[in-house]
Design a protein around this ligand. Sequence first.
Ligand SMILES: Cc1cc2nc3c(=O)[nH]c(=O)nc-3n(C[C@H](O)[C@H](O)[C@H](O)COP(=O)(O)O)c2cc1C
Length: 177
Amino acid sequence: MKTLVILTHPNLEVSRINQCWKEELQQYPDEITIHELYKEYPDWNIDVTREQHLLEAYNHVILQFPLYWYSYPPLLKKWFDDVFAYGWAYGSKGDKLKGKKFGLAISIGDKKENYMPEGSVSFTVDEVIAPFKASTRHVGALALPYFAVFGASFQASHEDIDHSAKEYIKYILKYQQ
Ligand SMILES: Cc1cc2nc3c(=O)[nH]c(=O)nc-3n(C[C@H](O)[C@H](O)[C@H](O)COP(=O)(O)O)c2cc1C
């Protein structure tokens, strides 16, 4: 296994994008491990040691999630708070994430043209994900360019979604080595 995908979606059963992406990821069992936070921790009681051991086993980690309020779904934020611990991820002895590559695969409800300075959101996706980039930097990891599909709420057609799933695999394989 070369890539760990942390998939965080609070109700995957009604998802169009993340469910399709998950099914595509499942076609590559030798390359990709899928770890679903809401499935593993329905009570939100994250097993920190288990998560840390899992991260230690991979150099390439993708966080896959739907954009909620320009941020992570809450269990993924809690995962950061719990797992990226002092003495393990950062601090004078915390070096376990150093040098690892972290990417993002985000489904974004709104249109791409709105994620521009002159668009209705007025921030770019790169600006929206600044906390992710600062966090990876803080633990000595590398933030890869993000992968995203826009128009995830309404505009994206079945064809768009299927195409995005194929592009997602290419994105993973590109940065896997
Ligand atoms: C609670 C909530 C908050 C959302 N916040 C945003 C947002 O800030 N920006 C945006 O573009 N879309 C937002 N959306 C739309 C989701 O990003 C979109 O529904 C999701 O990416 C679709 O992926 P899925 O088919 O896998 O569920 C939000 C949706 C929900 C339910």
